[in-house]
Unconditional design. Structure first.
Ligand code: ZN
Length: 281
Protein backbone atom coordinates (compact mmCIF):
# COMPACT_ATOMS: atom_id res chain seq x y z
CA UNK A 1 0.00 0.00 0.00
CA UNK A 2 3.11 2.14 -0.16
CA UNK A 3 4.66 3.11 -3.45
CA UNK A 4 7.98 1.84 -4.75
CA UNK A 5 10.11 3.23 -7.56
CA UNK A 6 9.21 1.40 -10.75
CA UNK A 7 11.97 -0.94 -12.01
CA UNK A 8 14.06 0.11 -14.99
CA UNK A 9 14.49 -3.35 -16.50
CA UNK A 10 12.53 -3.93 -19.67
CA UNK A 11 10.39 -7.04 -20.07
CA UNK A 12 12.43 -7.94 -23.17
CA UNK A 13 15.87 -7.89 -21.56
CA UNK A 14 14.61 -9.68 -18.45
CA UNK A 15 12.95 -12.44 -20.47
CA UNK A 16 15.94 -12.85 -22.76
CA UNK A 17 18.35 -13.12 -19.83
CA UNK A 18 16.06 -15.66 -18.12
CA UNK A 19 15.90 -17.95 -21.16
CA UNK A 20 19.53 -17.42 -22.21
CA UNK A 21 20.74 -20.77 -20.91
CA UNK A 22 17.93 -23.06 -22.06
CA UNK A 23 19.62 -26.07 -23.64
CA UNK A 24 16.63 -28.00 -24.98
CA UNK A 25 16.45 -26.90 -28.61
CA UNK A 26 12.73 -27.37 -29.07
CA UNK A 27 11.91 -25.44 -25.91
CA UNK A 28 14.46 -22.72 -26.72
CA UNK A 29 12.94 -22.25 -30.15
CA UNK A 30 9.41 -21.94 -28.79
CA UNK A 31 10.52 -19.59 -26.02
CA UNK A 32 12.23 -17.37 -28.61
CA UNK A 33 9.16 -17.30 -30.84
CA UNK A 34 6.89 -16.03 -28.03
CA UNK A 35 9.33 -13.25 -27.04
CA UNK A 36 7.34 -10.61 -28.94
CA UNK A 37 4.13 -11.71 -27.16
CA UNK A 38 5.87 -11.29 -23.80
CA UNK A 39 6.90 -7.74 -24.78
CA UNK A 40 3.41 -6.86 -26.05
CA UNK A 41 1.77 -8.22 -22.89
CA UNK A 42 4.16 -6.19 -20.71
CA UNK A 43 3.30 -3.02 -22.63
CA UNK A 44 -0.41 -3.68 -22.26
CA UNK A 45 0.09 -4.43 -18.56
CA UNK A 46 1.85 -1.11 -17.92
CA UNK A 47 -0.88 0.85 -19.71
CA UNK A 48 -3.59 -0.96 -17.77
CA UNK A 49 -1.77 -0.52 -14.46
CA UNK A 50 -1.35 3.22 -15.05
CA UNK A 51 -5.11 3.53 -15.49
CA UNK A 52 -6.08 1.23 -12.59
CA UNK A 53 -7.40 -1.29 -15.11
CA UNK A 54 -5.45 -4.44 -14.27
CA UNK A 55 -8.75 -6.29 -13.94
CA UNK A 56 -9.05 -5.97 -17.73
CA UNK A 57 -5.86 -7.92 -18.45
CA UNK A 58 -6.80 -11.28 -19.98
CA UNK A 59 -5.88 -14.57 -18.37
CA UNK A 60 -4.44 -17.23 -20.62
CA UNK A 61 -3.52 -20.87 -20.64
CA UNK A 62 0.11 -20.83 -21.80
CA UNK A 63 1.52 -18.30 -24.25
CA UNK A 64 -0.05 -18.18 -27.73
CA UNK A 65 -0.42 -21.97 -27.78
CA UNK A 66 3.35 -22.49 -28.09
CA UNK A 67 4.63 -22.40 -24.52
CA UNK A 68 2.64 -23.99 -21.70
CA UNK A 69 1.86 -22.35 -18.37
CA UNK A 70 4.03 -24.96 -16.68
CA UNK A 71 6.96 -24.06 -18.91
CA UNK A 72 6.57 -20.33 -18.22
CA UNK A 73 6.29 -20.92 -14.48
CA UNK A 74 9.49 -22.98 -14.78
CA UNK A 75 11.22 -20.03 -16.46
CA UNK A 76 10.43 -17.95 -13.37
CA UNK A 77 11.04 -20.63 -10.73
CA UNK A 78 14.04 -22.30 -12.31
CA UNK A 79 15.75 -19.45 -14.16
CA UNK A 80 14.89 -16.23 -12.31
CA UNK A 81 14.03 -16.98 -8.68
CA UNK A 82 16.52 -19.80 -8.19
CA UNK A 83 20.02 -19.04 -6.86
CA UNK A 84 22.52 -18.95 -9.76
CA UNK A 85 19.73 -18.76 -12.32
CA UNK A 86 20.59 -16.42 -15.21
CA UNK A 87 17.80 -14.01 -14.16
CA UNK A 88 18.65 -14.07 -10.46
CA UNK A 89 20.56 -10.76 -10.51
CA UNK A 90 17.41 -9.02 -11.79
CA UNK A 91 15.33 -10.88 -9.20
CA UNK A 92 17.66 -9.56 -6.47
CA UNK A 93 17.54 -6.01 -7.81
CA UNK A 94 13.73 -6.06 -7.88
CA UNK A 95 13.74 -7.37 -4.31
CA UNK A 96 15.97 -4.49 -3.28
CA UNK A 97 13.65 -1.77 -4.62
CA UNK A 98 11.33 -1.31 -1.59
CA UNK A 99 12.71 1.36 0.74
CA UNK A 100 14.74 0.02 3.70
CA UNK A 101 13.91 -3.55 2.64
CA UNK A 102 10.44 -3.23 4.17
CA UNK A 103 7.42 -4.84 2.50
CA UNK A 104 5.41 -2.16 0.65
CA UNK A 105 2.12 -4.00 1.18
CA UNK A 106 2.13 -3.97 4.99
CA UNK A 107 4.97 -1.49 5.73
CA UNK A 108 6.17 -3.89 8.40
CA UNK A 109 7.67 -7.28 7.40
CA UNK A 110 11.07 -7.67 5.75
CA UNK A 111 11.06 -8.20 1.97
CA UNK A 112 11.84 -11.87 1.49
CA UNK A 113 10.34 -12.76 -1.87
CA UNK A 114 8.84 -11.32 -5.06
CA UNK A 115 5.07 -11.14 -5.33
CA UNK A 116 3.35 -11.56 -8.70
CA UNK A 117 0.66 -8.86 -8.72
CA UNK A 118 -1.17 -10.93 -11.36
CA UNK A 119 -0.38 -14.59 -10.52
CA UNK A 120 1.87 -16.49 -12.90
CA UNK A 121 -0.40 -19.54 -12.89
CA UNK A 122 -3.18 -17.54 -14.56
CA UNK A 123 -1.12 -14.93 -16.41
CA UNK A 124 1.91 -17.00 -17.55
CA UNK A 125 2.81 -14.39 -20.18
CA UNK A 126 3.66 -12.03 -17.27
CA UNK A 127 5.62 -14.58 -15.22
CA UNK A 128 8.95 -12.70 -15.48
CA UNK A 129 7.70 -9.20 -16.38
CA UNK A 130 9.43 -6.76 -13.98
CA UNK A 131 6.38 -4.46 -13.64
CA UNK A 132 4.41 -7.46 -12.36
CA UNK A 133 6.99 -8.41 -9.71
CA UNK A 134 7.13 -6.55 -6.40
CA UNK A 135 9.28 -7.25 -3.36
CA UNK A 136 7.08 -8.43 -0.49
CA UNK A 137 7.18 -10.16 2.90
CA UNK A 138 6.13 -13.79 3.15
CA UNK A 139 2.90 -13.03 5.01
CA UNK A 140 1.61 -10.58 2.40
CA UNK A 141 2.66 -12.88 -0.41
CA UNK A 142 0.73 -15.73 1.21
CA UNK A 143 -2.31 -13.60 2.05
CA UNK A 144 -2.59 -12.43 -1.55
CA UNK A 145 -1.96 -15.88 -2.98
CA UNK A 146 -3.57 -16.11 -6.39
CA UNK A 147 -6.03 -13.25 -5.93
CA UNK A 148 -7.44 -12.25 -9.29
CA UNK A 149 -9.18 -8.89 -9.70
CA UNK A 150 -12.61 -9.13 -11.33
CA UNK A 151 -13.38 -5.40 -11.22
CA UNK A 152 -11.54 -2.16 -10.47
CA UNK A 153 -12.71 -2.16 -6.86
CA UNK A 154 -10.91 -5.36 -5.93
CA UNK A 155 -7.63 -4.90 -7.78
CA UNK A 156 -4.55 -5.01 -5.56
CA UNK A 157 -2.92 -1.63 -5.04
CA UNK A 158 0.20 -1.68 -7.15
CA UNK A 159 3.27 -0.19 -5.44
CA UNK A 160 4.82 0.83 -8.81
CA UNK A 161 1.70 2.54 -10.15
CA UNK A 162 -0.68 3.51 -7.33
CA UNK A 163 0.44 6.24 -4.94
CA UNK A 164 -1.82 6.74 -1.92
CA UNK A 165 0.71 8.58 0.24
CA UNK A 166 -0.66 12.13 -0.15
CA UNK A 167 -3.81 11.81 1.97
CA UNK A 168 -4.53 10.24 5.33
CA UNK A 169 -6.30 6.91 4.90
CA UNK A 170 -5.08 5.05 8.00
CA UNK A 171 -7.05 5.83 11.15
CA UNK A 172 -6.75 4.59 14.72
CA UNK A 173 -8.99 4.68 17.80
CA UNK A 174 -8.08 4.26 21.45
CA UNK A 175 -9.92 1.54 23.35
CA UNK A 176 -10.47 3.27 26.69
CA UNK A 177 -10.86 0.25 28.93
CA UNK A 178 -8.75 -1.30 31.66
CA UNK A 179 -5.65 -1.70 29.55
CA UNK A 180 -5.15 0.93 26.83
CA UNK A 181 -5.16 -0.44 23.30
CA UNK A 182 -5.45 0.98 19.78
CA UNK A 183 -7.51 -0.37 16.90
CA UNK A 184 -7.00 0.53 13.24
CA UNK A 185 -9.25 1.14 10.28
CA UNK A 186 -9.08 2.59 6.80
CA UNK A 187 -10.61 6.02 6.24
CA UNK A 188 -12.25 6.85 2.88
CA UNK A 189 -10.72 9.96 1.32
CA UNK A 190 -13.41 12.29 -0.08
CA UNK A 191 -11.31 13.54 -2.98
CA UNK A 192 -10.46 10.01 -4.20
CA UNK A 193 -12.66 7.83 -6.42
CA UNK A 194 -14.91 5.32 -4.62
CA UNK A 195 -13.10 2.47 -6.33
CA UNK A 196 -9.74 3.56 -4.90
CA UNK A 197 -11.17 3.82 -1.39
CA UNK A 198 -12.70 0.35 -1.85
CA UNK A 199 -9.34 -1.07 -2.95
CA UNK A 200 -7.65 0.35 0.15
CA UNK A 201 -10.40 -1.04 2.39
CA UNK A 202 -10.16 -4.47 0.81
CA UNK A 203 -6.38 -4.67 0.93
CA UNK A 204 -6.35 -3.52 4.54
CA UNK A 205 -8.69 -6.42 5.36
CA UNK A 206 -7.07 -9.10 3.19
CA UNK A 207 -3.59 -8.40 4.56
CA UNK A 208 -4.84 -8.32 8.15
CA UNK A 209 -3.27 -4.91 8.75
CA UNK A 210 -5.67 -4.08 11.61
CA UNK A 211 -4.43 -6.94 13.78
CA UNK A 212 -0.82 -6.48 12.75
CA UNK A 213 -0.77 -2.78 13.68
CA UNK A 214 -2.79 -3.32 16.87
CA UNK A 215 -0.15 -5.74 18.17
CA UNK A 216 2.67 -3.34 17.27
CA UNK A 217 0.85 -0.45 18.94
CA UNK A 218 0.29 -2.55 22.09
CA UNK A 219 4.05 -3.03 22.43
CA UNK A 220 4.67 0.66 21.82
CA UNK A 221 2.14 1.60 24.51
CA UNK A 222 3.74 -0.77 27.02
CA UNK A 223 7.22 0.49 26.17
CA UNK A 224 6.43 4.16 26.73
CA UNK A 225 4.55 3.78 30.04
CA UNK A 226 7.48 4.72 32.30
CA UNK A 227 8.36 7.73 30.18
CA UNK A 228 4.80 9.05 30.30
CA UNK A 229 4.58 8.54 34.07
CA UNK A 230 7.64 10.79 34.46
CA UNK A 231 6.19 13.44 32.13
CA UNK A 232 2.81 13.29 33.86
CA UNK A 233 4.44 13.79 37.28
CA UNK A 234 6.26 16.87 36.02
CA UNK A 235 3.74 18.48 33.65
CA UNK A 236 0.41 16.69 34.06
CA UNK A 237 -2.00 15.56 31.32
CA UNK A 238 -1.10 18.54 29.09
CA UNK A 239 2.54 17.50 29.16
CA UNK A 240 1.63 13.96 28.14
CA UNK A 241 -0.56 15.22 25.31
CA UNK A 242 2.18 17.52 24.01
CA UNK A 243 4.68 14.68 24.06
CA UNK A 244 2.30 12.42 22.10
CA UNK A 245 1.49 15.19 19.62
CA UNK A 246 5.19 15.73 19.06
CA UNK A 247 5.71 12.02 18.36
CA UNK A 248 2.71 11.95 16.00
CA UNK A 249 4.13 14.91 14.09
CA UNK A 250 7.57 13.31 13.84
CA UNK A 251 6.15 10.06 12.43
CA UNK A 252 3.79 11.93 10.09
CA UNK A 253 6.76 13.78 8.63
CA UNK A 254 8.35 10.41 7.88
CA UNK A 255 5.22 8.70 6.55
CA UNK A 256 1.68 10.04 6.82
CA UNK A 257 0.04 6.61 6.92
CA UNK A 258 2.41 4.62 9.11
CA UNK A 259 0.86 2.89 12.13
CA UNK A 260 3.03 4.95 14.47
CA UNK A 261 1.64 8.27 13.19
CA UNK A 262 -1.93 6.95 13.49
CA UNK A 263 -1.26 5.56 16.97
CA UNK A 264 0.25 8.74 18.42
CA UNK A 265 -2.42 10.89 16.87
CA UNK A 266 -5.18 8.76 18.44
CA UNK A 267 -3.44 8.61 21.83
CA UNK A 268 -2.84 12.37 21.90
CA UNK A 269 -6.53 12.96 21.17
CA UNK A 270 -7.70 10.78 24.08
CA UNK A 271 -8.18 12.78 27.32
CA UNK A 272 -8.63 9.41 29.07
CA UNK A 273 -5.19 8.18 27.96
CA UNK A 274 -3.37 11.48 28.54
CA UNK A 275 -5.06 11.89 31.93
CA UNK A 276 -3.74 8.62 33.32
CA UNK A 277 -5.03 5.79 31.09
CA UNK A 278 -1.43 5.27 29.99
CA UNK A 279 -0.56 3.95 33.48
CA UNK A 280 -2.92 0.99 33.35
CA UNK A 281 -1.71 -2.49 32.59
ZN1 ZN B 1 4.03 -7.47 4.03
Amino acid sequence: MWNVTRPEFSAKETYEICISKVKNRDLKKRLNVVSSSIVEAAKDYAERAENAELHLVSQSDGVVGLVTTKEMVAVYDGRMAVQRGPGRSIYDKLKALPELGVCPFCDHGPVSTLDHILPKSLYPVLAVTPDNLVGSCKDCNTAKLTAVPTCERDATLHPYFDDISAERWLGASVVEKNVPAVTFHSIPVDSWPDALNARIRKQFRVLGLGLLYASQAAREISGQREDLIRIFDARGADGVREELEHKAETWRAYRLNCWQAATYRALSESPWYCGGGFQRR
